[in-house]
Structures are given as C-alpha cells and as structure tokens.
Ligand binder design. Structure first.
Ligand SMILES: [Zn+2]
Length: 481
C-alpha cells in the first residue's frame, strides 16, 4: 500500500484533479460522460415488468452501440437463452500473456413510478449540484458507464491501442428480478466468459467519508412454513381450548427461533460459519458509525439496534447469519371480531447466510427445527423458495483485492478499508460457474436510494470510480491477478 495516500478516512473524495494522467483523462471526458449517461437513463429498462421488456432490449442495443463506438472490438447482445438481453464485449490486450478480467454489471433497473413517492420523474434524469438524479443513475447503469469511462481514460493515459489486461464486460439484463436465467446464460457462453478474475461493479461504499471496498456478501435461504389443524376454521366457543390453534403454535415456533442472546436455534446453524479475521474486525471497528444518524437515516426511523449479542452492528450485518420473520399470517384480521380457531397459519422466513454456510444444509436444519416444534394435532409443511443463494467471500489478502484498494485509494485520495455487504446477489454463482476469483469495485452510497424513490448518484464519485478502474487495469497488467 506504499503508493496510497493515507489521510484519515475523514478525507472527502477526490485526489487532486489532474494529479495523474488517468484523472486528467477522466476530467476531460466528464461533461460528455454525464450527457451520455442521461441518455441511457431515459430508457426505462425495468426487468420486473413484462410491459418494459422492449425497453430492456432497447437498453441492451443502446449499450452495444456505445461500446462499438468506443472501440471495443467484439460486442454482442445475447438473447439466445430465456434470460432478458445481456450485453457482452471484449477488448484483448496487446500483450497476449496479460490476465483476463471480466467486469460484471447489469443494465436493467428496479421499477419506478412517480406515485411511489418520487420527487422528480424517475426516467427524466437531471443534474442537481453534484448529483445525477434518476432511476439507474447509481444501480447499475451509472456504474457500467463508469467502467466505460475508465477504459477510455486508461487508453488515453497509457497511449496504447488496447488495455493492459484482456478486458471482458458482461451487462446482465435481469439482475433486478433475481437473475433467474443467469446460470443458463453463463452455461451457454462459458467459453466467451472465461477469465482469470471477475470485478463486480454493482456495489458501494459505507459512506463518502468512509471509502471502502466490499469483500463479501451474504447468501440466503427462503422458506414458507405452513401449520394446519382442522380442515376449516372452528367455533372458538365449541372447540377453543380443546384442539391446537395453528396460529398460536406457529407463533411459538417463531418465538423459539432465537434464544435470549438472539442466537438462531436452528440445529447446526453456526457449524460452518467462518468468523471474520482479527484484521477485518479491526478495520470495521475503524469505520465511522454514527448510530443515531444511521437509525434515523438509512434505517428509516428504526428505534434501536438489536441483534446477536457480542457483535457490533457492522459485524451483525456482514459476518453473522440471521433468521428473519418476513411475515406471519393466520386467522381473522378484518373489521370487528370473528370467534374462531383458525385452520391454518403461515410464516415466511428468510435466513441470511455467511461464509461457509451451505444453503442446502441450512434448509435441512430448518426442516429439523420445524419438525421439533410441530406439536401433536398440527401438520407442518416447509416450502423452500428455490435452492437458495450461497454466500460469497473474497480473499482479502489477494493481489486482486489489495490492488483494487490501492487503485481506489489513489483515485479517492484516501485510505480504502475492507467492508462487506449484508445483501445477496449472483456473485457466488458467477465465481463458481466461471471458476475465477471475484472482487468488487463500486462507489454507491447508502444515500443513493437504490431500489427506492429518488435514486441518485454522486457524480464526483462516479468519476473517481472511473479513474480507479483506469488505474486498476494498468496495475493488474503490471502485476497480474
Ligand atoms: Zn444492482
């Protein structure tokens, strides 16, 4: 990390503009970058809505056309599987022995409607101060545009015709609707996608005053548990107290999911959990965390933190698995009252997993837990919502991750600490299917309101991110991955 400026993490974004050839090249292209991104953001490429699937295709065609214009020698729109159109591009390095790096992002966006509470039109992007406002400005079109700008800056800075690494780009078209056919897409194009490393742009930092690189994401198991008693609702006077009540019994099961220290009581749940290293815990402890501001802001007025005893909030979010009750339903909830013993009750539960938990093993444990908490007179059903998502963890000490930290550090003029994200995505699938190490480089902020009304991106950060990728390709060309 010798090359890194090590101002305290309180340093705001931006090394001195023009301090490197890459930053000068980014600055020279900044205005065109914003105009170009605005054009893309006007295409409402909402993958969740079949009414917008033509727009997803339009977005793919738009991106492919831009990549060709920017000089990428090979550009293809992939619509040969059940997946919505994805864009693939590759640009070989002059040096045949250079490593191959695949950049992953997505060009579809979350649904957005003025009526959801937007204070501006989601698909009429505009610049306000340092912000570019519009759906997709950050997640993830802004970040794919950032990568494109970074390639241009890299070439301008090095004066070369091709990048210092063999670059490949995959822009998926349905990440926001769960990447249902990504496995088919990867299988159909395994040869084209072959690479030595994967860099995911669909990611962010803890805060503008806390530049971080994501080094892991949680996995997930999704279940629905149904408790059934009689075949119909029963009169609570004629039968109440004499037969089991499925709602009461399911509530007892849900209450038994955690002990008083909020540890999950599913059998074997923690057996495979890999604890964070001491170095990671120290880095996370050094990150700023303003709990009242976090509660009032990101956590939308949540009134207190709560979670597994013995771990900080970041540790609970990034390195500890959870059991969450997403919904608990049963019986009568309408006006007035209805004196019944309900015939059934349903709980929707999700479990966030961390390295090295296996979704199939966790699901087995959940089935055993439900069986152990099903009383006589109740029949239980556990419905799994698919195979689950494995967790992903990066090798924090790998050349790939340390070089990303260094490249971001140069561009941001601040030390970049490792962090993780609590959510789940297709990263483990990418890393497994393509058998390559995966790392993250993105500058989304919690205040970007991704997936929510009023999405925006901080333009100086996108520009710094572009500069960081430009440094990264040069550095990886020198040192390999
Ligand atoms: Zn995204």
């Amino acid at each position: 990390m010798a090359a890194m400026t090590t101002e305290a993490t309180g340093a705001s974004t931006g090394a001195t503009p023009g301090a490197t050839a890459e930053s000068a090249a980014v600055a020279a292209r900044a205005e065109a970058f914003v105009a170009d991104l605005q054009e893309w953001l006007r295409i409402p490429s909402i993958s969740a809505d079949p009414g917008h699937h033509d727009d997803v295709a339009r977005s793919a065609a738009w991106l492919a056309e831009r990549l060709r214009a920017e000089g990428w020698p090979q550009v293809e729109v992939w619509d040969d599987t059940d997946a919505l159109p994805a864009v693939f591009a590759s640009w070989p390095a002059a040096d045949a022995d250079a490593p191959t790096v695949l950049v992953y992002g997505h060009h579809d966006v979350q649904p957005a409607d003025l009526a959801d509470g937007w204070s501006f039109a989601p698909f009429e992007p505009e610049v306000v101060g340092e912000e570019l406002r519009g759906r997709g400005a950050s997640d993830d079109k802004g970040h794919l545009a950032m990568v494109r700008l970074g390639v241009a800056a890299h070439l301008a800075a090095t004066g070369a015709d091709g990048p210092a690494v063999h670059l490949k780009l995959l822009a998926e078209g349905e990440e926001e609707s769960g990447s249902a056919y990504l496995d088919a897409l990867l299988a159909a194009h395994r040869d084209a996608l072959a690479c030595d490393a994967i860099v995911v742009t669909d990611t962010g930092m803890v805060g503008r005053d806390a530049p971080t690189v994501c080094t892991g994401m949680r996995g997930m198991v999704d279940t629905e548990i149904v408790f059934r008693g009689a075949s119909v609702d029963l009169h609570s006077g004629q039968f109440g107290g004499a037969v089991p009540n499925p709602v009461t019994e399911l509530a007892r099961l849900v209450a038994a999911l955690h002990d008083d220290d909020r540890r999950v009581q599913v059998p074997g749940f923690y057996d495979d959990v890999r604890p964070p290293t001491d170095a990671e815990r120290a880095a996370w402890a050094a990150l700023p965390f303003d709990e009242p501001a976090w509660l009032a802001g990101s956590a939308a007025g949540a009134q207190a933190t709560a979670g597994e005893a013995g771990w900080s909030t970041y540790e609970r979010l990034w390195a500890r698995p959870t059991a969450e009750v997403n919904g608990l339903h049963g019986g009568y909830g309408g006006p007035g009252h209805k004196t019944i013993v309900p015939h059934s009750a349903t709980a929707k539960l999700t479990f966030r997993l961390v390295a090295d938990q296996d979704p199939a093993r966790v699901l087995e444990g959940v089935r055993a837990f439900v069986a152990a908490h099903t009383p006589p007179g109740i029949s239980a059903e556990v419905i799994a919502g698919g195979p689950g998502v494995p967790p992903l963890i990066c090798d924090v000490d790998s050349t790939l991750v340390t070089t990303i930290r260094e490249a971001m550090g140069v561009a941001l003029g601040a030390e970049v600490l490792p962090a993780r994200e609590g959510g789940s995505g297709p990263e483990a699938l990418l890393a497994t299917e393509l058998a390559a190490p995966l790392a993250f480089l993105g500058v989304m902020l919690p205040s970007d309101r991704i997936h929510a009304p009023d999405e925006r991106a901080v333009l100086p950060l996108l520009l710094a991110g572009a500069e960081a990728t430009a440094h990264l390709w040069r550095m990886l060309g020198d040192r390999g991955v």
